[in-house]
Ligand binder design. Sequence first.
Ligand code: ADP
Ligand code: MG
Length: 351
Amino acid sequence: MGKQDSGSIDQWAKIRLVSLRLALAAFVILVADIPLHAIESHKQSLMLMGSGFEITAIATEKATAQQAVGIAIAEIQRIEKLISEWDSTSQTAAINRNAGIRAVKVDRELVDLIRRALSVSKLTGGAFDISFASMAKVWKFDRREHPLPDSTVVQQASQHINWRNIQVDTARNTVFLTQQGMRIGFGAIGKGYAANRAKHKMQQLPGVVGGVVNASGDLTAWGQSNHPDGWSVQLANPDSRQKPIGWIRLNNMSIVTSGDYEHYFTSNGKRYSHIIDPRTGYPVVGLKSVTIICADAELADALATSVSVLGIDDGLYLINQLNGVEGLIIDEDNQLHPSKNMQINYYGNAQ
Ligand code: ADP
Ligand code: MG
């Protein structure tokens, strides 16, 4: 892991006292001893955006790696402030408060994020819809067993889900939710966006040669790794975190998993995931996890949620149509459904 051999440097200094020729010879050996790119790494785990993040920077100097991780954290905190629907002072909360009342002027960055979210809605026929958030008060994903809410309550709240009623004015940088009762939330795209931005900020720092941003399993890895074989990640087994089903190599790629194993509730023994089907307002059932791999972490994040809504057939159809996007769906019977070119190194007995 880029450990500089300071013993050799001392040795070189001593040899220099003896003779210049010998010293030069020692110097050549010393240089050959150091890996082509001497690297240091720094990793920090902390809570951000309500999730556990792990940020790793690889750099030529330890101090640079530390600085890069600090910059990444500051960037993620900045984004959290912008997109949190729960922080009443955020621009997102202002948009929600003014649903059905007026357009709200926001930062261009938020306008652009919303526009990209709307383009995923279009791409997925509305399976992805940030206005799912009007259901926030109806469902409680507390990992407990409780009865389903009254169907008329679900039906009424679900009428407010419609991405076409999110009006974005790019000339004025305003956002207007045209119906009262509407609400938007970035739970399905925010961590991916934050991972992209944190990576971008780290890459801008001279001396940073690689890194990983892991937002509770929404992971983006780039550049040089501190492992000789490059970056690789394990694919979680939805039933047992300790027993991954396989591993894949990640070269400048992002991998995101949407699963029903973290935020869910059960009713009559049936498990309801925190992903809402915008067509019904009901939580998605039947899939244990959806993993998406592509270069862009935000797109991977959005697609993992979308495919969870679309289900196995329509979900795989969508993934297989998109260039540079692969995925794996695990259904409730633990059957694996990989996309056409998904390369997984299985640990055996998983398939
Ligand atoms: P995780 O938070 O575990 O990474 P996801 O990326 O799949 O999971 O995001 C799930 C979150 O996305 C939900 O908690 C909710 O905030 C939001 N969400 C739920 N349903 C939808 C949907 N149909 N479209 C967009 N966002 C959704
Ligand atoms: Mg997602």
